[in-house]
Design a protein around this ligand. Structure first.
Ligand SMILES: Cc1ncc(C[n+]2csc(CCOP(=O)(O)OP(=O)(O)O)c2C)c(N)n1
Length: 324
């Protein structure tokens, strides 16, 4: 028996988690739809299939903690509490967007909700998270910084520098590697000799572990335990969360690099279906779960309408917030 086969521990928290995962899924599907119609423009990276990572981690963190994601960050933002209408308005270039349309899909931030931002430079969020964690340590504010990145990013110099720096100074950083087994279109197994990425933690003298990232409770429990350790001054940790994206690397990616059958297998293991089945097995009524799904769908539909009805960003303000 693995951790993922264990029965649900806390039904109400799991139902809340299911609702958040569904909101993320419907948000991403809505964005896909808007991108298809070219109402949303430009590059879009979706996190469909990886929702349990954001939801589980944010069920474990607390107010005041800081999150740094990659360009695949809509799910992190929503799980941090950023309102969906503000995320959608951002992607639609509306005045009501979290950054009034300046950030778009891949570069927005919402510090009021602890979401310190996306970053399209692979690996670049990790050193910035170290800066936040250094502040946390020096001011003794009790907060932890979580930085998330992909398996491909593990081969970036910035990640190495950040882990070494955080380890040496015992900084409260949770390094989350969302291992979806591809870096853009290249499998991780074709880029590195040992694909057990969590083992690299040992060389920095910090704890490292691999967990099932598609299991909401496994993610929540692991992040909760590691956040507590970090708050106690025990330093950083590397958590490798195994997952799969169920869509292309970016919108429009035909995924011809995937071996036959891989996607079908990934769909059988996807986090929303798995949690749904677990909750039914735990005796939760199907009608309750149906209500949960309908509420998520209605919330995202309403948010999209609100965002579409909002005025476009004011181009006269384009030079605001520039420092040079
Ligand atoms: C420094 C840098 N190098 C290359 C790129 C181009 N690039 C964009 S996404 C990506 C793949 C990253 O893969 P991974 O870290 O596994 O994250 P995932 O996209 O799977 O979430 C690459 C190489 C970039 N944006 N930044």
């Amino acid at each position: 028996m693995t951790l993922s086969d264990l029965p649900i521990k806390n039904t109400e928290t799991a139902i809340a988690g299911l609702g958040m995962m569904q909101r993320i899924r419907f948000l991403e599907e809505k964005i896909t739809d808007l991108r298809k119609q070219q109402i949303v423009q430009g590059s879009v990276h979706l996190c469909i299939g990886q929702e349990s990572i954001y939801t589980g981690a944010m069920q474990a963190l607390r107010q005041g903690d800081q999150v740094f994601s990659t360009y695949r960050g809509h799910g992190w933002a929503l799980a941090c509490g950023v309102p969906p209408e503000a995320i959608l308005a951002e992607l639609l270039g509306r005045q009501t967007g979290v950054n009034q349309g300046r950030g778009g899909s891949a570069y927005f931030s919402a510090a009021d909700w602890g979401f310190y931002g996306e970053n399209s430079i692979v690996g670049a969020g990790a050193p910035i998270a170290c800066g936040a964690a250094l502040t946390n340590k020096l001011t003794k504010n009790g907060a932890v910084a979580l930085t998330a990145f992909g398996d491909g990013a593990m081969n970036q110099g910035a990640i190495h520098e950040a882990m070494n720096f955080a380890a040496y100074l015992d900084l409260p950083v949770i390094f989350v590697c969302e291992n979806n087994i591809y870096s853009e279109l290249t499998p991780i197994a074709e880029m590195t000799r040992d694909t057990n990425l969590y083992k690299r933690a040992q060389s920095y003298g910090i704890a490292g572990m691999r967990i099932d990232g598609n299991d909401l409770e496994a993610v929540r429990d692991c992040v909760a335990e590691q956040a507590m350790a970090a708050r106690e001054g025990k330093g950083p940790v590397l958590i490798e969360m195994m997952t799969q994206r169920l869509v292309g690397h970016y919108y429009g990616d035909m995924q011809s690099y995937r071996p036959r059958g891989e996607l079908a297998e990934a769909k059988r293991n996807e986090p929303i279906v798995r949690l749904h089945e677990k909750l039914l097995a735990a005796g939760v009524a199907a009608a309750r779960l149906q209500e949960c799904e309908s509420a998520a769908r209605t919330a995202i539909e309403a948010a999209a309408q609100q965002a579409l009805d909002a005025p476009l960003a004011d181009t006269n303000t384009v030079l605001e917030h520039l420092y040079a």
